[in-house]
Design a protein. Sequence first.
Length: 423
Amino acid sequence: MKSISPAPAKWHQQLLISLYFSCLFVGVGMHTPSGLFSLPIQSYLKNSLHLGSQSVSLFGLITAIPLYLSFVLGLIRDTWQPRRMGDRGYLLMGGLGLTATYVGMALLPPTWSTLLVGTLLIALFYLIVSTASSALTTLVGQQRLMTGRLSALANFVGAVPVIISFLVGGTLAGTGSLRSVFLLMALISASLWLQAFWRSSVIFVSSSAPLQKERVRLDIRLLFQHRAALLAALIWILWNFAPGANTATYYYLTNTIKLTDAQYGQYQAIFTIAFCPIYALYGLLCRRYSLRQLLFWGTIIGFPQLVPLLFIHTPASAMIVAALMGVMGGVATAAYYDLLIRACPKGLEGTLMTIAGAGFWVFGKWGDLLGSWLYDHWKYLPCVAVTTALYASILLVLAFIPHTITEDTEEQSTHRAEEYAGV
């Protein structure tokens, strides 16, 4: 099919695009490995199966194995798509798989092995739907010259399932009933395979026909020669490595600061909510300021994000610091995702986004395991120090990003419009 030249979306098209992706981001976000079911499982492993911090981190490391190879599914998506459905076909397959898995876990006893296998399957089917979602976001963002606004929307609306997960998940963790959690998740997962039947020419603006094998080989060689794409993925990985941000923080706050599981869920919800107004602001900033400016200042503000946790002593102060940390990280998160969308070579929307996703999960889980090891041996201070140093190193990587990718605001660049069109 003939390529469609990128053009800004009209206001009514923007509304439809926003509605479609809002539903999609919420539906997909509910099933991330850190989604609603995650905290109840983490609490069950800690309190009912009496696992230590390293054992809980190791469980997360193992159950994320499908996500480490997510770039393979991205390549498959860019090579082949279900006849007549394209990315919607992947939403249908993944959504049905999630529903079946949750129902099976609700019917089986919650042993370590059952939770392990079930969570592995959830990660696999989540990977299918998230690959389709990320690729479609990139494609529409480039075609409609709204990479910054879709980045802001993805992060803003994507925060909704995270907030729900921590608030509801923290409450459900206190009940100890995993069966009700899995039945609720099965019901929620139906939204994904139902959305697979929603088709609009405003959103699906270009060909979804399978690519020829020769073109795939050429494009992959191009990807690894595309400095901006690889550096964008590296920045995303560094931002999410964070040894001190997950299990180490959970044990620090619950054991040292004495938060309950429900309070920890509230802490995480406040942290996520605090990002939201910054994401909304980014949707305006990306049209006024160049991406290079937003990347630099977002990193400067965000790299000491975990430092305030060292100065808290009560659950109440933890909630205040959670809000501060969310504000500090908002611009950086939106700008890094914006960079990923801008830097993606045409025809490899699935591959690049899943390479970034694979890096996110591989380094995120290994970072979590490193944080747990540091916490068990030297408590929390080294976790914060290592995380802060890694965040600061992003400033060095930014210096090597080509100016053609970041020199302009969202809709200004003729160079990028031609690249998106394949000119």
